[in-house]
Design a protein around this ligand. Structure first.
Ligand code: NDP
Length: 448
């Protein structure tokens, strides 16, 4: 698994201490394997315990979240916040509300966030949080009471200069509003402690679009450099139909591509004429409905019950934008067989390790999530800056900054891939580029 016995030992120990945390171990293994060449060039990193420190969160908080449902029953969920690494700035990372959330999911997301935030070039450390609460099917009142209870514990751990959460799966503008209101009430302060806020109280223009648009900016840079082409005229498949997926699909379409399939956790729709994105927005954002309802309006579209089958749809560019491990080795083989030239991850860790190996072996331009989907957190970093200045930039100003940041993220990763002998391997390059900045900051700050 490793050429270097030191890194192998580090990983073995991590496995022993975090048994059963499969997602966290998967994320850690990928990063450690990318860093073998860095260790070979810099053997002193071993003595400095950089990897052991990087893999152990600075703080991991787990708490009870009791709340009362509409029928008057007391319900109990589990809340989490991991404050993984603050070497380059305050902890920053979203909150996820989904029944699958557990310590492993939160730790994998927090660990990835360290490198993603570093790649943006902004001053943000890595963190993540959430709960196994399922907002689906809950009333606004239930969601509000849950958010208030969640914040009643979280507030003591966060702050505008300490830890700044944002949204993720199941946490959008509604939830951020309830969380912010409770934080303000408990602390009697109005600060930029959360990002993803509504524009009326300090949110940034472009935040809603940032991850999806940023993903397409990354893809444009990658296609140009690695394949000498662009999104113009390409057929695209986008999994998911949430925040990231919808805006990735909009931007890809604006850039001249045709998005032919999208999904939700129940199934996928295929529309050979190009998905009607306003209709998807209406179904998923306004009605909070199921993607299957697309067929009520577009009779010629097709629906498949298994969301994973979306990868059987032939395309030039695949953008997995739903959830972790949604694209496995078999799906990767099918995509390659059908002629895919580029895969870029809008979601966090949507491709399994074996799927990534297949893409790299086949010479597919592959953009890993920690680089390709960093537009969202970059925009959150800009929201923090605007809040500190008590000022706001226009949509066009933020868009231009994100475009610039995504270009840099691609180039940092590309240059590192070249320097370390695997030109165009953006997994290796992005992990190395993200790591080196964090590593320098950790070395400068001593053993803390
Ligand atoms: P949302 O909650 O807005 O949307 C998630 C979407 O994925 C929904 O359409 C959901 O369907 C669908 N989905 C969930 N599981 C599956 C599955 N197994 N197969 C197919 N579809 C599925 O979340 P986001 O769009 O915000 O986040 C999506 C991904 O992007 C996550 O991995 C997140 O961590 C990552 N990300 C998000 C950022 C952001 O700014 N929002 C920033 C960077 C990364 P359903 O409606 O049925 O639940």
């Amino acid at each position: 698994m490793f050429r270097d016995t030191y890194l192998e030992n580090v990983f073995n120990e991590l496995q022993q201490r975090n048994a059963n945390e499969n997602e966290f171990l998967q994320a850690a293994l990928e990063v450690l394997q990318s860093l073998e060449l860095v260790v070979e060039k810099n053997p002193h990193l071993k003595k400095e315990g950089i990897f052991e420190r990087l893999l152990e969160p600075e703080r991991f908080i787990q708490f009870r979240v009791p709340w009362v449902d509409d029928a008057g029953n007391v319900r109990v969920n589990r809340g989490f916040r991991v404050e993984f690494n603050s070497a380059v700035g305050p902890y920053k990372g979203g909150l996820r509300f989904h029944p699958s959330v557990n310590a492993s999911i939160i730790k994998f997301l927090g660990f990835e966030q360290i490198f993603k935030n570093s790649l943006t070039g902004l001053s943000m450390g890595g963190g993540k949080g959430g709960s196994d609460f399922n907002p689906k099917g809950k009333s606004d009142g239930e969601v509000m009471r849950f958010c208030q209870s969640f914040m009643s514990e979280l507030f003591r751990h966060i702050g505008e200069n300490t830890d700044v959460p944002a949204g993720d799966i199941g946490v959008g503008a509604r939830e951020i509003g309830f969380l912010f209101g409770q934080y303000k009430k408990l602390t009697n302060t109005f600060t930029g402690v959360l990002t993803g806020k509504d524009l009326s109280y300090g949110g940034s223009l472009f935040r809603t679009q940032a991850t999806g648009f940023g993903l397409c900016y990354y893809v444009q840079n990658m296609l140009k450099k690695l394949k000498n082409t662009s999104l113009e005229g390409k057929t695209v498949v986008v999994s998911g139909s949430g925040n990231v997926a919808i805006y990735a699909a909009f931007k890809a379409t604006e850039l001249g591509a045709k998005v032919v399939a999208m999904s939700d956790s129940n199934g996928y729709v295929y529309d050979k004429d190009g998905i009607k994105l306003d209709l998807i927005k209406q179904i998923k954002e306004v009605k909070r409905g199921r993607i299957k309802e697309y067929l009520n309006e577009v009779g010629s579209a097709k629906y498949g019950e298994n969301c994973k089958d979306i990868w059987n749809v032939a395309c030039d560019v695949a953008l997995p934008c739903a959830t972790q491990n949604e694209l496995d080795e078999n799906s990767a083989e099918t995509l390659i067989k059908n002629g895919v030239i580029c895969v870029a991850e809008g979601a966090n860790m949507p491709s399994t390790a074996n799927a990534i190996s297949k893409f790299l072996e086949a010479g597919i331009a592959f953009g890993p999530g920690k680089a390709a989907n960093a537009g969202g957190v970059a925009c959150s970093g800009l929201e923090m800056a605007q809040n500190s200045m008590r000022y706001s930039w226009t949509f066009e100003e933020v868009d231009a900054k994100i475009k610039f940041i995504m270009k840099n993220i691609f180039e940092f990763g590309y240059e590192a891939s070249k320097e370390y002998g695997e030109e165009g391997n953006m997994v290796l390059g992005s992990n190395i580029a993200g790591f080196l900045k964090v590593c320098r900051a950790m070395q400068a700050q001593g053993v803390v």
